[in-house]
Design a protein around this ligand. Structure first.
Ligand SMILES: [Fe+2]
Ligand SMILES: [Fe+2]
Length: 368
């Protein structure tokens, strides 16, 4: 168990409930559970992370930090007259999936907040401390906004409990960079794809939170820019054996999203989105953005890629069924499914990739 304490300012932004201690409620326990697909909390070697210099990208870095300081979204994460919602309006199956989506998003936002706040607190590197402070600020606002939405449903997640009790996964600093860069950028791609789709089909916007997605995902885009610059300034992170790790993280992030989104059929139906087409669109945007920094890209246009994702999803369903069945026979089936999942992941990792030469300037604009 790690003893992380958030600054009072951040606690306020994420609206950590005053009620701390006692028995956590069911939603908190849902967020607390760590499974292969659920968002995790991360920790790292903060001293090693602190040593990364951004000097080689000084001009781009300073311009980006000035954007963070300008804080254009200062007033965005508040409800206004545009917010109208009746929690009773959602049919039960949609309500269940949507709440699951909110809790999972809240956990992910809060996980970023805790990691960045800790990196700031433990760091001495002025450039990185400035960045982590701004990123923790943004993630705290995002988490707080979702917390407000949950309260409409009379559901609350005890974030104070989560910080102390959730299991932390250790990643070395370079893995933190690959994983967070990808999660920020895919987060942007997911939100902007939903936002643009609902712009075209406003009748499918079953909850007002989607109206907040454009400015929201611009924050995530900016976070990804900072992580890209950190990698660009330290090119050893982008060469040699690290190319294999970069490929691994892309495959892992895409596969996780594909499988998890298929578990929310009602929510996608309500928005008028088909999970596979939506997934491929998001992977396309993410891959395009990744050209700014990754020397190797997963070839999502290879028909085998989608074929293997479909197999993975079928196996994930088998695994779930076997686990629910329980008993000796259920356990045997679960082990068999797990072995086949490892096999499919290996095949995904062995698919030919695309080489990419990095552009002169790393920075991109959120133009999607
Ligand atoms: Fe966020
Ligand atoms: Fe973010």
């Amino acid at each position: 168990m790690q003893t992380v304490n958030l600054d009072p300012e951040l606690e306020l932004a994420v609206r950590v409930p005053a009620r701390k201690g006692g028995t956590p409620n069911a939603t908190t326990l849902q967020a607390h559970r760590t499974t292969t697909l659920s968002p995790r909390f991360y920790t790292t070697n903060f001293d090693e992370l602190d040593k990364l210099s951004v000097e080689p990208v000084r001009a781009e870095w300073d311009a980006l930090i000035a954007e963070f300081a300008a804080d254009t979204n200062l007033r965005h994460f508040k409800r206004n007259d545009d917010w109208s919602f009746d929690p009773q309006s959602l049919p039960p199956a949609l309500r269940k999936e949507f709440l699951d989506f909110l809790v999972s998003s809240l956990t992910a936002e809060f996980s970023g907040c805790v990691l960045y706040a800790e990196a700031k607190k433990r760091g001495t590197n002025k450039d990185l401390c400035a960045l982590f402070k701004y990123m923790a600020r943004d993630e705290a606002r995002h988490a707080g906004f979702i917390n407000d939405c949950l309260q409409d449903f009379q559901v609350d997640v005890d974030l104070g409990f989560l910080v102390k009790a959730k299991k932390y996964t250790f990643f070395s600093p370079k893995f933190i960079l690959y994983a967070t860069y990808l999660s920020e950028k895919i987060g942007y791609a997911r939100y902007i794809a939903i936002y643009r789709h609902l712009e075209q089909h406003p009748e499918k916007r079953f909850h007002p939170i989607f109206k907040w997605f454009k400015e929201w995902c611009n924050d995530e885009f900016r976070h990804g820019e900072a992580l890209a610059l950190m990698m660009r300034a330290n090119p050893g992170l982008l060469s040699g054996l690290n190319r294999a790790w970069i490929r691994f993280f892309q495959v892992a992030v895409f596969a996780t999203m594909y499988v998890r989104d298929h578990d929310r059929p009602e929510m996608h139906k309500a928005m008028g989105l088909e999970p596979e087409a939506y997934g491929m669109k998001v992977f396309g945007i993410t891959s395009e953005i990744c050209k700014q920094i990754f020397p190797v890209l997963v070839d999502i246009e290879n028909p085998k890629f989608l074929e293997l994702l479909r197999s993975l999803r079928a196996l994930a369903t088998d695994l779930e069924v076997a686990r629910k069945q329980g008993g000796v026979w259920g356990r045997i089936k679960a082990v068999a499914s797990q072995a086949r999942i490892v096999g499919v992941m290996a095949r995904l990792l062995l698919l030919p990739t695309r080489s990419n030469s990095l552009p002169e300037q790393t920075r991109l604009s959120p133009a999607w």
